[in-house]
Design a protein around this ligand. Structure first.
Ligand SMILES: [Zn+2]
Length: 292
């Protein structure tokens, strides 16, 4: 399907070179079939925006930092509370009462000092979503509130930025990737914030961490073309019964955010046979401007 925003990747000659230290650091993933040095250079050239860097987004950030994504923009407000510590694995007890983003940046720098980190001590809203999304090649939505998620979704669609959507509740988790121009969007599923949703909800850190690691795989696939992301498919995981289910997502007619198309339906789809690792990268990882 034609999608002018998802330009072919820049030629390898325009990607940043790897240093010998980077080759040593990423040696085990450079061995992945279909990956290699070209994919690693695409990760190095990429910028990823993560909305909320807590029990879910914090693990996405940790995995992407370890994998060598060159620039992470991390939006997370507030100060650390004791009740954060069952799941927000970038945090530490000695940081209680201090801004969460400070510890997030410190812990990620300790893991990978080679990458560039931009900390935003605020959560995503309509006032900052577009300015932050504009700088990213890929967006990760890991926010706990519908208002934040829908604000980021609007920016994703308007700017035609791929958005990896990670969500969980109790022992259930959802994962999909929205590709503007190719798939529906979050507002196709949730046109308005749910009135029943409460800020506090049951979370086991291992569940939020599970969907986080899978979301990080989606980001790597989008940037490198290592394999096909879950575009148009929602992966629903029940970690109680350990049942995983793939549901087809389609655009919802009348969606006020993305272009109306077909009727949204949720129907089980068979697990596809693995595809060769030859899918073209979806995003252009050209250098984006700095955010102050
Ligand atoms: Zn939509």
């Amino acid at each position: 399907m034609s999608d002018p925003q998802h330009k072919p990747q820049p030629h390898s000659a325009t990607l940043p070179e790897l240093t010998d230290e980077e080759r040593a650091t990423y040696a085990w993933q450079l061995d992945l079939p279909g990956f290699g040095e070209d994919a690693q250079r695409r990760l190095k050239a990429a910028t990823v925006l993560i909305s909320r860097v807590g029990g879910l987004g914090g693990l996405v950030a940790l995995q992407l930092a370890a994998a060598g994504v060159g620039r992470l923009i991390l939006a997370h407000g507030g100060t650390l509370k004791p009740s954060d510590l069952n799941r927000q694995l970038l945090q530490t007890h000695d940081h209680l009462g201090k801004p969460r983003i400070e510890n997030i940046l410190r812990r990620l720098r300790e893991l990978n000092p080679r990458i560039h980190l931009v900390g935003v001590q605020d959560n995503i809203s309509d006032s900052n979503a577009s300015a932050l999304a504009q700088q990213a090649d890929v967006i990760v939505d890991a926010a706990p509130l519908f208002e934040e998620r829908l604000a980021l979704n609007r920016a994703s669609v308007q700017l035609k930025k791929p958005m990896v959507e990670c969500a969980m509740y109790a022992l259930e988790a959802h994962l999909t990737t929205f590709l503007p121009g190719r798939t529906g969007c979050l507002a196709c599923l949730y046109p308005e914030p749910s009135p029943e949703w409460r800020r506090r909800f049951p979370v086991l850190g291992a569940v939020s961490g599970t969907v986080a690691c899978m979301g990080a795989v989606e980001v790597v696939k989008i940037i490198t073309g290592l394999a096909q992301p879950l575009a148009g498919t929602l992966l629903r995981m029940d970690l109680g019964s350990m049942r995983f289910e793939r549901l087809t997502l389609r655009q919802r007619p009348g969606c006020s955010v993305c272009v109306p198309a077909l009727t949204l339906t949720l129907t089980p789809t068979p697990t596809p046979t693995p595809t060769p690792a030859e899918a073209p990268p979806i995003v252009s990882t050209s250098k984006s401007k700095e955010y102050e």
